[in-house]
Design a protein around this ligand. Structure first.
Ligand SMILES: O=C(O)CCC(=O)C(=O)O
Ligand SMILES: [Fe+2]
Length: 676
């Protein structure tokens, strides 16, 4: 059945919905989603909230047959169950329902007259004009009709949306189109015709022909002697009629274009390191979505686009909003209010109060009870305590957790000093766009800066040589050189001096997801120093080794080639027995694969086998090439300001002599760290 919006009548004009006029634009989907609060979905075309239903809609690409965009009306399909055929046409693969998922949210917005923010992408061909930017905020619309159509063997839905504010000409209107007339016709409605078979009314949607739009009726989508599906055109009245929205009858509307904040002493923390620190801001000058790229704040400059490159028409706008503030003390980001009664309690999301005094807080790290986890060896490495996790037998590797204490942290040029200096120095910390990401333009979930030899595998960071790196940063590196040397001395590896440094900074809910640090060009040892807020580090086996096979996005599974059958993997005993038989030549490769297929099942991800609480001043040294090959780690900070300084060795073979010098430095006498 064709359902139209109801309950209209003469009412207030809707001009007040538009807080700011005009177009907001962005070139990447992540920038859009970080900035526009009513459209935070990175992949779907519908953004919904539980309470309101659909609040944001993106129309891009091809919307399928008979989609339509004019100055005030949009007709588009509802999402879900479509696939592209070989020619790139969208084909419905299963009938849609309005009862669940995003279509239920769309239905809810239709019923509630919820205004919806609409964004149009420059791949949309229905608008019939070129668009200035990749993504362009159109305006607020309300769904006026939702109806089913037969699409091949299945039933899918379409919807008609009408712009809320009819008093102003839309920015996407043709240049020569007239301004909206002051006297509009809000009376005319498309004709409603009752179906003889089901007795339900459906409106005249198509030109010169009527069909029943009740999907349960025997005569649904029946066109006797009429045009074939592809020839259907919309009825002129169906396109031209308008509802007048009574503003008082509409639910709370969206702030279509969020205003840039005015930073004051009261809200500074929120925007600097708190809840809003990852929020993008619409530039008040050029209206571009400006994501938080820099730790120092927001800068509306096209120049910060390493990838994708700025477009030709992109303005290099000078607007910026910097959020500097007083240096945060360590006591402000760790939970020790009873010891520092004047400090504000930590607001981190995992904040846990230490049971003992300050010493016990640092000296007795708590770690998750082991399941099938590695052995832990606890030794005193005065003045530190070192916990060594031996992972997966001899040939895999070790993780050393080097636990600091207040005395170490307070030492001259120690962690307390470094935490302060890293805030005072202009280190150039910024988020970078990932080179391989499911969504183009996706940025790291943390700020970073690289120095020494360039490290550019996950993200392309601009690297400074150590000679251009501030000495206080080199002091942190020198602690990691010491820690690396300690660890390597007990292994059968040769010590390779770290020649690279990655400084990462986390604020708000930033984190670093599961990854490994195991590029071919990297040495086997990776050492990290934590400064500031606490965090939790997890280590787990990679899924393909844990399960022995992996599932592709399309649902097929493939066996892991050269499966090492690591201690701790799923179904270890049976897999090991098969592998032994294969290694002894009792199976051909095909037989081995066939036997493996009988027992292996796709798994959910492996559970973490190490969970370490990293506090201010702690160091972690991961040692072993295979540790990075077979295992992965992630870090989830508690919230609040945290720096992680990581030192690795990049193999020098094939690197030019002048570049090798980028990874070398000499500290003034007595300043290289010696473990005290
Ligand atoms: O934040 C941390 O402690 C670790 C960072 C890390 O894993 C990395 O930089 O690769
Ligand atoms: Fe890492």
């Amino acid at each position: 059945m064709c359902r139209g919006a109801t309950g209209m009548g003469p009412g207030m004009s809707s001009t007040s919905y538009m807080k700011i006029e005009g177009l907001t634009e962005t070139q990447t989907r992540p920038d859009l989603c970080e900035t526009i609060p009513w459209f935070k979905h990175y992949q779907s075309g519908v953004y919904s909230s539980k309470e309101k239903g659909c609040i944001g809609l993106l129309i891009d690409d091809s919307c399928g047959g008979r989609c339509y965009v004019d100055e005030e009306i949009i007709i588009t399909r509802l999402s879900g169950s479509y696939e592209k055929d070989l020619k790139g046409n969208l084909v419905l693969k299963q009938s849609q329902t309005l009862l669940s998922g995003t279509n239920a949210a769309v239905q809810k917005s239709f019923t509630n007259h919820q205004p919806i923010g609409v964004i149009i992408g420059d791949r949309n061909g229905d608008i019939g004009r070129s668009l200035p930017h990749r993504y362009n905020v159109m305006d607020l619309f309300i769904i006026t009709h939702i109806w089913p159509e037969k699409m091949g063997a299945f039933t899918g839905y379409k919807m008609r949306l009408q712009k809320v504010d009819l008093t102003r000409k839309s920015w996407w209107a043709a240049k020569d189109s007239p301004d909206p007339s002051e006297t509009r016709d809000f009376e005319t409605r498309p004709e409603i015709i009752t179906c003889n078979a089901c007795t339900q009314g459906s409106c005249r949607t198509f030109k010169g022909i009527w069909t029943c739009l009740n999907r349960d009726c025997a005569r649904f989508w029946e066109f006797i002697d009429g045009p074939v599906n592809a020839e259907l055109e919309y009825d002129p009245v169906f396109l031209s009629h308008r509802f007048l929205w009574d503003q008082n009858s509409l639910p709370e509307t969206l702030d279509l274009v969020p205003q840039a904040p005015v930073i004051s002493d009261r809200n500074r923390d929120l925007w600097r390191h708190g809840e809003n620190a990852r929020q993008g801001i619409v530039c008040p000058h050029c209206r571009k979505c400006v994501p938080r790229v820099f730790l120092s704040g927001w800068k509306c400059t096209a120049k910060h686009f390493v990838s994708p490159q700025p477009r030709k028409n992109e303005l290099d706008c000078p607007w910026s909003l910097l959020v500097d503030g007083p240096v945060v003390s360590v006591c402000d980001v760790i939970a020790l209010p009873e010891i520092f009664p004047h400090s504000s309690p930590r607001s981190g999301k995992n904040a846990a109060m230490p049971r003992g005094g300050l010493e016990s807080f640092y000296d007795q790290p708590r770690f998750a009870p082991k399941t099938s986890g590695p052995d832990i060896d606890r030794v005193t490495m005065a003045p530190y305590v070192r916990l060594r996790y031996s992972v997966g037998g001899d040939n895999i590797g070790t993780v050393d957790h080097i636990v600091s204490n207040t005395a170490i942290n307070a030492k001259d040029r120690g962690p307390n000093y470094l935490f302060q200096r890293f805030q005072e120095l202009d280190l150039g910390l910024r988020r970078e766009r990932l080179t391989h990401a499911p969504v183009k333009g996706l940025m790291t979930g943390h700020f970073l800066v690289n120095s020494g030899l360039p490290y550019k595998f996950v993200v392309t960071t601009q690297s400074k040589s150590f000679s251009e790196t501030h000495q206080d940063v080199l002091l942190a590196h020198s602690r990691l050189v010491w820690a690396t040397r300690q660890t390597v001395a007990e292994s059968n590896h040769e010590f390779q001096k770290p020649n690279e440094l990655l400084l990462v900074c986390y604020v708000a809910d930033m984190d670093m997801g599961y990854h490994d640090d195991g590029e071919d060009v990297l040495g086997p040892t990776v050492a990290t120093l934590s400064l500031g807020a606490s965090s939790t580090m997890f280590l787990r086996m990679k899924a393909k080794y844990f399960a022995g096979l992996r599932k592709s996005d399309k649902g097929s599974t493939s066996l892991t080639k050269y499966d090492p059958v690591l201690i701790g993997c799923h179904d270890y005993e049976r897999r090991k027995a098969l592998k032994d038989q294969y290694d002894q030549g009792l199976f051909t490769e095909d037989q081995y694969d066939a036997e493996r297929r009988k027992i292996l099942r796709p798994m959910t991800d492996a559970p973490p086998i190490i969970k370490m609480e990293l506090h201010h001043g702690h160091m972690v040294v991961m040692n072993g090439q295979n540790l990075q090959k077979y295992y992965e780690h992630k870090v989830v900070p508690d919230g609040g300001l945290r720096f992680a300084v990581t030192a690795r060795h990049i193999k020098e073979q094939g690197i030019k002599a002048e570049d090798i010098r980028m990874g070398q430095y000499i500290l003034p006498p007595g300043q290289a760290y010696n473990g005290e």
